[in-house]
Design a protein around this ligand. Structure first.
Ligand code: S3P
Length: 181
């Protein structure tokens, strides 16, 4: 999408959730570029602070230790000036995080585990993805949690990044979250 000549602002933070490979961070960065907004990614924020990627941290210290750090990161990014916030795919597994996301503007980017797999080039960076069946089971166990926090659900299956961008843009504008300055 071309950069907009008009400047825009967010009236509240916009949080992207969804399974690994759903395109949360790519979409958030693309929208940020198009509308001149800030984008922040919980995994990158974590990696900057820990000097280690989320995947490496999980491998070294385990998932529970990562989840504790992830909650601290989520609290900090939600307290910032409104931004586009892409979250790690497992953000919803922690009850405290779901509570933090209640009454926030949350976009759930839906994807099937099989399509997610085809979009992920480097599985090494996602130690929790597992094999095909494990990924399907993991997603099946999380679907209700994504839905629980979602304000808007966008099905990304079979759609290009551009198409998903347009759908999200439309939702944000219609709901008065993305406004001309
Ligand atoms: C995870 C997803 C990853 C990252 C970590 C755990 C998960 O983020 O936070 O590896 O549990 O689904 P992406 O969704 O950006 O891959």
């Amino acid at each position: 999408m071309a950069r907009s000549a008009q400047t825009y602002e967010l009236t509240c933070p916009v949080v992207f959730v969804g399974f690994m490979g759903a395109g949360k961070s790519t979409l958030s960065r693309r929208l940020a570029r198009t509308f001149g907004l800030s984008a922040v990614d919980t995994d990158l924020y974590f990696a900057n602070e820990a000097n280690m990627s989320a995947g490496d941290y999980i491998r070294e210290y385990g998932e529970d230790a990562f989840r504790t750090q992830e909650t601290a990161v989520l609290k900090r990014v939600l307290a910032m000036e409104p931004a586009l916030i892409s979250c790690g795919g497992g953000i919803v597994v922690t009850a405290e995080n779901r509570e933090l996301l209640r009454d926030r503007f949350v976009v759930y980017l839906q994807i099937t585990a099989d399509e997610a797999r085809s979009r992920i080039s480097n599985l090494n960076s996602r130690p929790l993805f597992g094999d095909e069946q494990a990924a399907r089971d993991l997603l099946a166990g999380r679907e209700a949690l994504y839905e629980e926090v979602a304000t808007v659900t966008v099905d990304t299956s079979g759609k290009t990044l551009r198409q998903v961008c347009r759908l999200v843009e439309q939702e944000l504008k219609e709901r008065g979250v993305l406004c001309p300055q």
